[in-house]
Design a protein around this ligand. Structure first.
Ligand SMILES: Nc1ncnc2c1ncn2[C@@H]1O[C@H](COP(=O)(O)OP(=O)(O)OP(=O)(O)O)[C@@H](O)[C@H]1O
Ligand SMILES: [Mg+2]
Length: 502
């Protein structure tokens, strides 16, 4: 044997050990399989000889795949490719295969095919796994929620395009920052805290935070963090919940408004009940007081008579104050019941008349500055308007030093986009007639400002104020479809702006 022949035999031996080899006739009928073929497929030689390769077909490949294979080898060319077969166990396996047409020594014509293959199942499975992970990752990074991939120390490894869009930062800018750099003031360290307290065996948790965009604006974010022990990494999903939050806030404000209205309604009912009963009792007190006065007239002892008449006159004074209070209580309760006397008034005309009457109430030491725009019209009952102005002037007077100070009264036409009514908390915008009453008095403490329209809220001494004035004012204004906004600062005075529809 020549050394060349010996080398060929060694090579054949090694190839037979390492590769999966089979030989078929021109119709793909198997005439030879090596041990490696049997080991990989799980079939024995007897199972395979006389069968075609269709016996191990896994039906993974389309028909065109085998059409291409056959058209190549029937043109006496070798074919190379990766074939997925099915083993006896039912599992599939992948073979990197080469098929060579073999010529008959004597005729010189192709008489058989030799297939040589190597098992690449592990490699293919790894590739498939990677591909599916990549698809999942792409799915995550391309979703409408933001996504961060963080290392175990909580630093950025990757950020999704969507998060860049939500935050206004580019990917390269974000990768130079840390998560706490994008957290809004007051929320810095939220994520670090959640990562440090995450029970890694439970693997995920959800919390809310606030982030700051590149332009400085803030947005509410719902964050889901997951820990992947295999890679010692965190995956973070970030959802913009600003809209949901603002809806929640609006709902809470509406609920508060509703609660307030319900509270006012109960107070109104209670007040009406008390005023009604109290009125009856008062009528009886004053009635008996009258009888006392008649009886005293007949007394001969002048000191006793004088004492009784004096005391009775004190009862009358107190009684008339009580009657005033009842009247106020009833006015407060009856708001909204009667709108029939509403007419369209020329504001400056009516206010000028009211100002004359106000001279009785406001001391001359207080200066009243008036600037009234003419020909402005508002639909309201004249007596109601009188009541509003008197209440507000009396309040201003009480807030002023008795010997000096100024009360200003103005009318404007205004058009604004947003104010919040200080009494009903509704948002208001549009075109209005504004009556402005401002004083240079003591001002109102901000903690009290939210209560001044509450019925019976007063800071005045017992007997001096009932706390019903502004409740009545607010009721009348709202009856006329108006609103009221108050600005006040301790020591700098108070301004009431009444807005009526034009
Ligand atoms: N112009 C003002 N300057 C400072 N405080 C004011 C002014 N107007 C109202 N207030 C405050 O609001 C409270 C409530 O006013 P409101 O008119 O409802 O009741 P009152 O004046 O106390 O009593 P009433 O009007 O029934 O006699 C007042 O007690 C006062 O503390
Ligand atoms: Mg008052």
């Amino acid at each position: 044997m020549t050394s060349k022949e010996a080398l060929s035999i060694d090579l054949l031996y090694s190839l037979n050990e390492a590769a999966i080899i089979s030989k078929t006739d021109l119709n793909d009928v198997i005439t030879f399989v090596n041990e490696e073929f049997c080991r990989t497929s799980g079939y024995c030689e007897d199972d395979l000889i006389g069968k075609t390769h269709a016996f191990v077909n896994s039906h993974t490949h389309p028909t065109e795949f085998f059409q291409d294979l056959w058209s190549t080898i029937t043109q006496n060319q070798s074919w190379h490719g990766e074939i997925c077969n099915r083993a006896k166990t039912g599992e599939t396996y992948w073979i990197k295969t080469s098929i060579f047409p073999i010529e008959d020594q004597t005729t010189g014509l192709v008489a058989s095919y030799i297939c040589v293959g190597f098992d690449i199942t592990e490699k293919v499975k790894r590739e498939q796994q990677l591909q599916s992970q990549k698809m999942q990752y792409d799915l995550v990074t391309e979703s409408t929620d933001g996504f961060w991939h963080l290392d175990e120390a909580g630093n950025f490894v990757d950020v999704s395009e969507c998060y860049c869009h939500l935050s206004g930062y580019s990917e390269s800018e974000l990768l130079l920052l840390t998560p706490s750099d994008v957290e809004a003031e007051g929320h810095k360290g939220d994520l670090t805290y959640q990562l440090s307290t995450l029970d890694k065996s439970v693997d995920s948790k959800v919390f809310e935070s606030m982030h700051q965009r590149k332009d400085g604006t803030h947005w509410f974010v719902e964050i889901l963090i997951s820990y992947y022990p295999k890679h010692k990494n965190f995956y973070v999903f970030l959802r913009d919940i600003s809209k949901r939050k603002s809806n929640e806030r609006e709902q809470a404000a509406l609920q508060q408004q509703l609660n307030h209205l319900q509270k006012l309604e109960s107070i109104g009912r209670l007040t009406a009940g008390i005023a009604h009963d109290f009125n009856n009792i008062l009528a009886s007190i004053l009635g008996y007081n009258e009888l006392n006065k008649f009886a005293a007239e007949d007394l001969t002892e002048s000191k006793l008579k004088g004492d009784i008449l004096h005391n009775s006159s004190q009862v009358d004074i107190a009684g008339s104050r009580a009657a005033d209070l009842i009247k106020k209580m009833l006015t407060y309760c009856r708001q909204g019941e009667d709108k029939q006397s509403e007419t369209t008034l020329d504001l400056s005309d009516v206010l000028n008349k009211i100002l004359i009457m106000l001279q009785e109430i406001i001391p001359a030491t207080i200066s009243i500055e008036v600037d009234l725009l003419e020909n402005t019209r508002v639909t309201i009952d004249e007596t109601d308007l009188y009541q509003i102005i008197v209440n507000l002037f009396v309040n201003a007077r009480d807030a002023l030093d008795k010997t000096k100070g100024t009360i200003k009264l103005n009318i404007y036409l205004v058009d604004f986009s947003l104010h919040v009514c200080s009494a009903c908390r509704e948002k208001i915008s549009g075109k209005f007639v504004e009556i402005k009453i401002s004083d240079s008095g003591s001002g109102i403490d901000s903690s009290k400002l939210t209560h001044i329209f509450d019925p019976f809220f007063t800071t005045k001494d017992v007997g001096k104020g009932t706390g019903l004035g502004l409740s009545v004012v607010s009721g009348i204004i709202h009856n006329a479809n108006g609103h009221v906004v108050v600005d006040s600062e301790i020591g700098r005075g108070t301004t009431f702006k009444l807005f009526f529809p034009r």
